[in-house]
Design a protein around this ligand. Sequence first.
Ligand code: ADP
Ligand code: MG
Length: 213
Amino acid sequence: MDVLSLEHSVRTAHYFPAYLHLFTGPMKSGKTEGMIYHLDRSSYSHLSRFQLFKPCNDDRSDANLVFSRKYGTVPCQPIDPAHPEDILSYIGKDVTLIGIDEAQFFAPSLSDVVTALRRSRRHVLCAFLDTDFRGEPFPAAQRLLFSYPDRIEHLTAVCEAQPCEYDATMTQRLVDGQPAHYDDPIELIEKAGRKEVYEARCIFHHVVDRSPR
Ligand code: ADP
Ligand code: MG
């Protein structure tokens, strides 16, 4: 058993009406893993049923699957990120827990949707990046963090700059092996032959190219 699941194992309750549980931090910090752990665990109860959503612009895996580095893929309902209110039309009557992955890509009004779900006595779990590759907050993340959550798990990864052992709190974007430029769009358009990667980085190794263009 690793440290994370040891920490999870001390939690007993799997469903609290109107509870908001946030999993945030940089890439690879276990945000999706933490959320899936709770949703999976709730599925062993006869009293709870969960539904999982994600924005349809998360194209790392199939549109109908949420991807976790540890748990693999879990079926989900893709939603147009510009219309987070569409989530409400998919909620089944007997659903008690709702998971939302990659929540940072939704319009900031996602936080109003989350409040509506809580008022209908659902337990909501959201996994999201807090900041973009520049180290600046995603608008939807900012709203969620100030929407009176019951629990915020601010997770860290291990810095991927070599050699480094510090905790990674930020997400580094590299384009052709070099730090991305500040003026690059948040979501880069794929260009043939251009290799874009993301790494978890600590505050000492997070670099943004701010040179004049
Ligand atoms: P997130 O949703 O935050 O991007 P995942 O839940 O998909 O993250 O994956 C978390 C898992 O990724 C960890 O449990 C670990 O097994 C793996 N992992 C890969 N690279 C790293 C790293 N640099 N630091 C920590 N965990 C990492
Ligand atoms: Mg994830």
